[in-house]
Design a protein around this ligand. Structure first.
Ligand code: HEC
Length: 74
């Protein structure tokens, strides 16, 4: 899983690290099945609304691009 994180462009994976790893591991995120972008968007929205994740709105695009690049469904 470290390898998978390592394949992302640095600024994108750090957006994920800064916003997503306070509550759970990267493994939890990256062990999901590949999802289309709209579904990743819904996941990130759920983190913000259901779990009150303090995700910086300006990072959301970078987070989604990163997730789709490593775990995107065609
Ligand atoms: C405020 C805490 C918090 C933050 C920040 C957070 N999450 Fe979560 N996340 C949770 C909780 C709680 C769960 C569900 C319980 C568990 O299994 O740990 C979860 C579960 C998930 C899951 C598993 C599927 C699901 O819906 O349960 C994914 C994927 C996920 N998070 C992605 C993200 C991403 C991507 C980010 C950053 C953009 C993020 N999370 C940031 C709290 C958070």
């Amino acid at each position: 899983m470290q390898d998978e994180l390592g394949t992302g462009p640095q600024p994108l994976s750090s957006a994920l690290g800064g916003n997503c790893l306070a509550c759970h591991s990267a493994e939890l995120v990256l062990n999901q099945p590949a999802l289309p972008k709209a579904q990743w968007q819904a996941e990130v929205d759920k983190m913000r609304t259901a779990y009150k994740a303090p995700i910086d709105p300006k990072d959301v695009d970078a987070i989604l691009d990163y997730l789709v690049s490593v775990k995107g469904a065609k």
